[in-house]
Ligand binder design. Structure first.
Ligand code: NAP
Length: 313
């Protein structure tokens, strides 16, 4: 197994990770980004972003390519497809093992982001990729002239429902309340879209089908009424859960597993910082992730500099 030494290792190649990479490398730290899959993170799957300043409209893929190129320019080394098999955040240096490498780092910046939450209902796992999908951009085109449902009422659910109307003949939005959480501008677009029908105050109880999904069982949370709605596919967008596999429990986390940091992005372990969607934060956007990355990298740089001073004296 090849050994690699860095001043800082960033876990996760999304907006928080690349921003941290740019700041750490410009702070003269020998910097690497490790990702368990391809670089780019969650936004790579976003069809369009309209709220990243300087880009009134940009695809998530294009924006993340620019983040990556920027980090490349300052010499950040990248290791993709590296699932962590073992990690020791407390030791000095910190040790991260993957199937190909053993990494040693003076500091670690966790930028692993978050992933979609599951509904946790019967049929959800059974029909994965056979009518259940968590990525409208990836799978929407399979539902040309079909009827689909989106579960949730946040930005993701409503934006992806609008996207799905490009293909589907009808899109139900199943929401557990009678008011959406999504931004007003996105809500208005959905309300105007004739292909979208809202099913309010309802939760999914079961996803049914034979080989492919053909219906969902819903419960009205106010009346308790159970109904069956015929659909060909369902896209659950009910929020996110942090990617903390491998180091879950090593750091102070909230009840949902998000990592607790101070305002410098420092976690409960010296030399370990958490940035972006993986941490407890009031807003999870590309811009706030990028901002977190900058703060975390600056304080990781200060930490490494101090460590080097102590080692020399
Ligand atoms: P979110 O904002 O947390 O919304 C989750 C939605 O799912 C809420 O409407 C929630 O209902 C519902 N929900 C939660 N648990 C449920 C359950 N067990 N059963 C049924 N429904 C459930 O999550 P998100 O939409 O994935 O967004 C995550 C973050 O990314 C947010 O900060 C969002 O603003 C951001 N984002 C931004 C953009 C953009 O700006 N273009 C695009 C996508 C995402 P309640 O409303 O009743 O709580």
């Amino acid at each position: 197994m090849e050994q690699k030494d860095f001043d800082t290792i960033i876990l996760g190649g999304g907006p928080a990770g690349f921003s941290a990479g740019v700041y750490a490398a410009r702070g003269a730290l020998k910097t690497a980004i490790i990702d368990k899959s391809m670089m780019g993170g969650q936004p790579s799957n976003y069809l369009e972003l309209e709220n990243y300043p300087t880009y009134p409209q940009v695809s998530g893929y294009e924006l993340m390519e620019k983040f990556e190129n920027h980090a490349d320019k300052f010499g950040v080394e990248k290791f993709d497809m590296q699932e962590i098999t073992e990690i020791n955040l407390i030791s000095n240096p910190k040790i991260i093992k993957t199937k190909d490498y053993e990494f040693f780092a003076k500091s670690v910046i966790i930028a692993t982001g978050a992933k979609p939450m599951k509904l946790g209902v019967k049929g959800e796992d059974e029909f994965l990729s056979r009518g259940v999908s968590y990525c409208a951009v990836c799978d929407g085109a399979f539902y040309k002239d079909k009827v689909v449902a989106v579960a949730g009422g946040g930005n993701s659910a409503v934006e992806e429902a609008i996207y799905l109307t490009k293909f589907a003949s009808k899109v139900y939005i199943i929401h557990r309340r009678n008011e959406l959480r999504a931004d007003k501008i996105i809500q208005e677009r959905a309300f105007k879209n004739e292909k979208i029908e809202f099913i309010w105050d309802s939760v999914v109880k079961e996803i049914k089908g034979t080989n492919l999904v053909n219906s969902v069982i819903l419960e009205n949370v106010k009346s308790g009424e159970i109904t069956e709605v015929k659909i060909n596919g369902i896209f659950p967008y009910i929020g996110i859960t942090p990617n903390v596999e491998g180091f879950n429990g090593q750091l102070q986390q909230d009840s949902r597993g998000f990592i607790i940091t101070d305002e410098t992005m420092k976690t409960s372990i010296d030399g370990v910082y958490a940035v972006g969607d993986v941490r407890v934060t009031p807003l999870r956007q590309v811009i706030t992730a990028a901002s977190d990355g900058a703060v975390g990298a600056v304080y990781a740089t200060k930490y490494v500099e101090k460590l080097n001073e102590v080692t020399v004296s």
